[in-house]
Design a binder for this molecule. Structure first.
Ligand SMILES: Nc1ncnc2c1ncn2[C@@H]1O[C@H](COP(=O)(O)OP(=O)(O)O)[C@@H](O)[C@H]1O
Ligand SMILES: [Mg+2]
Length: 327
């Protein structure tokens, strides 16, 4: 075999695509995978953005290159390409640039699967904890209450002023404790979600917010005639919970608006507040504080969806989550 043939065989057997593009945008060289990923036609044609419309991120990058004539160097990590996920790296060469393209669909799926498993284990833990708190501590509190009532009887109708006050205060504390426990176990496992679905659960959440008097909560939903898959519903509920908690903790907001909108292939959750806002860019880097927003990102990813947070100091927060749903 001639060297050229050997080189060509090696070139074509590589586990990733290579496409070299000239300064005049003509494809100089490409191996079989490269041609397949970019759907290059047999005869060599210029690689114009329109050629790669099936890889939207690459399409935009090539358009930018056309417009700005900047140095052709970028990395697109795990971008969608018609059912696949590709990692595409572009580097300049004297004659133009070269694209290396790797199929990372498998590792992307593994990542999603791992996130899923992790979150599921977490939910299972919460379910257990919720049952234990509810069924274990609940009855103990009831028993203490009964004992307290019995003690009142035991002391007869005329307890000392001091004793009467202490018993009154104990009974109030027990009341508060059982309300708190109900709250905790509800937050751990929202039964209304399991029994009646996400719309009912979010309505319930808003109702509790409004009666807390801390903030005015509005809920709007559309297209939600059928119930969502429980996993998606639970994921979205957890995200709403964290966003609302953040509003209560940080925003000093008057109003929270929650929207749940079903589109033909996706469902969108929007949580918006009119509070103090913040500079979200700071949150992109682990600062050591706060994992709530990161968890939301993880959750959205594990459902194959996306999370976007828009905020500015003084402008409130607008958080959007969009996840795909099966019909
Ligand atoms: N609704 C909000 N209004 C104002 N600031 C917010 C809001 N949500 C989040 N933040 C800011 O973003 C930070 C990160 O939030 P998060 O990741 O949930 O972590 P944590 O709640 O544990 O602090 C918060 O510490 C806060 O400074
Ligand atoms: Mg938080």
């Amino acid at each position: 075999m001639k060297d050229k043939e050997i080189l060509e065989a090696i070139f074509n057997s590589m586990p990733y695509g290579i496409v070299a593009v000239g300064n005049d945008r003509r494809v100089l060289l490409s191996n079989e995978l490269g041609s397949a990923y970019l759907r290059l036609p047999e005869k060599q044609v210029p690689l114009l953005p329109g050629q790669v419309e099936h890889i939207p991120d690459l399409y935009y990058r090539l358009q930018e290159l056309e417009k700005n004539r900047q140095e052709p160097s970028f990395d697109l990590l795990a971008v969608p390409a018609d059912g696949l996920f590709l990692t595409i790296r572009c580097r300049p060469i004297p004659q133009g640039f070269v694209l290396s393209i790797m199929d990372v669909t498998r590792s992307k799926q593994t990542e999603r699967h791992m996130l899923h498993t992790m979150l599921e284990a977490q939910e299972e833990q919460r379910r257990k904890l919720s049952t234990e708190i509810h069924d274990g501590i609940g009855p103990l509190i009831s028993t203490i209450k009964l004992n307290l009532d019995a003690l009142k009887l035991e002391l007869g109708g005329q307890p000392s002023h001091q004793a009467a006050r202490m018993m009154e205060s104990m009974s109030e504390l027990l009341q508060a404790m059982s309300a708190e426990i109900r709250n905790i176990s509800h937050n751990l496992m929202p039964n209304v979600l399991v029994d009646f679905g996400l719309v009912a659960a979010l309505e319930n959440l808003c109702h509790r917010l409004n009666s807390s008097g801390k903030v005015k909560a509005n809920f709007f939903h559309s297209g939600m005639r059928e119930r969502l898959d429980l996993k998606i519903a639970l994921g979205l509920y957890r995200i709403a919970q964290e966003l609302i908690n953040n509003t209560l903790k940080y925003a000093r907001a008057n109003t929270i608006n929650i929207q749940l909108i079903k589109h033909p292939t996706t469902v969108v959750l929007v949580v918006e507040d009119d509070g103090v806002g913040f500079e979200p860019r700071l949150q992109e880097y682990p600062t050591g504080k706060g994992i709530g927003l990161q968890n939301i990102q993880t959750r959205a990813k594990s459902m194959g969806g996306a999370f976007l947070l828009e905020s500015q100091p003084g402008k409130g927060v607008l958080a959007t989550v969009e996840v795909p749903i099966k019909n």
